[in-house]
Design a protein around this ligand. Structure first.
Ligand code: COA
Length: 378
């Protein structure tokens, strides 16, 4: 109870400390984010996504041999089964790719050779299989929706190269692969966000990692969470050209509507990941020779700050970056899944290692207790 004797309800769990975690740290006062103690912008400049995945799961960066072993193990698990390919072909062609990958991950859980084992060694092996297979399933579903046959994963490719090859059947120039790799690092982990907390809640019941990741994907799809990167690109497409950005924004303000890609529950004076992603999105604009989207973004960000004092979040530069890389808009949030499965799995392992069932309380606001009327009296 609070001092006024009213129950202290934290709607949206705002400000609630739910547990301890050693995976990552958000410091809103300095707009910074660390994974296992390393600043995310330093990881982006010095490491590959595979090194960051290893870091999140093991607490330390890999040495050369550990990295080679990790990459080989991931590359060896990329194939998905013929029955899963069949299931994917049966998906409605207009299904959202987030629903497709959610269903594919759930199916992978039933097929997993260690399905019934929720112990940590098996969970770690399952996490690696999920990391390896998720891009294959995302790309197969995407290609099937366009009437295209799947491309087989190539174990010689890096994680990022493999993703491009699975989607497009080819790997673009190194600057594009690098920008994509950086986006994967930036999306990999972010403390107790809604999807991660969902994964931890499912894990807290003793359920398996495939169930936890399936639920996390469902949570990530929402436009207030991961779905925002797609919404940003729809917004930029609707605006159409930089000269129309300011007037478009005024229209949103008139309707008190949300502007996607802005605001954050934790960062109130800037998202630590935005400068790095913006830098690489700008590089993509240079490579492609299309400055329109970044120019529009610059105007929107400046006006949002000037008029509302609200900063962009990671989804804001990621949306146009993925568009400039050539990805269709419905693939943007599935790309987030391909990356965030690393953070989710780190939290699943951490939750299970020191578990207590997550079960908050609510204040009841329904009718007082009353007798059940017989049918004739209703
Ligand atoms: N566009 C316009 N106004 C926004 C805004 C946005 N994107 N984000 C926040 N605001 C406004 C709210 O309307 C509110 O105004 P009010 O006090 O006049 O009612 C104020 O800023 C505080 O926002 P609040 O809704 O309390 O913040 P929150 O912590 O509950 O929500 C988000 C955080 C992320 C859900 C919210 O900023 C949002 O919906 N953003 C757009 C979706 C998005 O980009 N999501 C990705 C997050 S990484």
């Amino acid at each position: 109870m609070s001092q006024s004797n009213q129950p202290d309800i934290r709607k949206g769990l705002v400000g609630v400390l739910a547990d301890v975690s050693a995976v990552s740290k958000v410091m809103p006062e300095t707009n910074s984010l660390t994974y296992r103690g390393y600043a995310v912008q330093d990881l982006c400049e010095m490491c590959s996504f595979e090194e960051v995945a290893y870091l999140l799961w093991n607490g330390e960066l890999p040495n050369r041999d550990q990295l080679a072993e990790f990459k080989a193990a991931e590359a060896a698990e990329r194939e998905i089964s013929p029955p899963l390919h069949e299931v994917i072909r049966a998906f409605p062609h207009d299904a959202h790719p987030m629903d497709a990958i959610r269903t594919a991950v759930s199916f992978m859980g039933m097929e997993d050779p260690e399905a019934a084992d929720t112990g940590e060694p098996a969970t770690r092996r399952k996490a690696l299989r999920l990391l390896a297979k998720i891009p294959t399933a995302i790309a197969a579903a995407h290609r099937a929706s366009k009437g295209q046959v799947p491309v087989a994963p190539n174990p010689a490719h890096s994680f990022a190269e493999n993703f491009f090859n699975l989607v497009f059947g080819k790997v673009p120039q190194p600057e594009v692969v690098r920008a994509f790799d950086v986006s994967l690092i930036l999306y990999a982990e972010h403390t107790f966000n809604a999807s991660t907390f969902t994964a931890r809640t499912v894990t807290s019941t003793g359920a398996d990692i495939h169930g936890a990741i399936t639920a996390a994907i469902a949570a990530l799809k929402g436009p207030l969470h991961g779905g925002a990167n797609e919404a940003v690109m729809h917004m930029l497409t609707e605006i159409g050209e930089p000269a129309k950005a300011a007037a478009w924004l005024e229209g949103r303000f008139d309707h008190r509507a949300l502007v996607m890609g802005f605001g954050h529950r934790v960062y109130k004076s800037g998202d630590s990941r935005v400068p790095t992603m913006t830098k690489y999105a700008e590089k993509m604009a240079e490579v492609v020779g299309d400055r329109r989207w970044m120019e529009m973004s610059r105007i929107l960000a400046a006006e949002m700050l000037r008029q509302k004092n609200i900063h962009p979040n990671l989804d804001f530069p990621a949306g146009p970056a993925y568009h400039l890389m050539g990805f269709d808009i419905p693939l943007f949030t599935p790309i987030f899944v391909a990356s965030r499965v690393t953070g989710w799995a780190a939290h699943v392992i951490e939750q299970a290692a020191d578990n207590r069932l997550i079960r908050p309380l609510s204040v009841y606001t329904g009718p007082e207790q009353r007798p059940v009327p017989p049918m004739a009296a209703r």
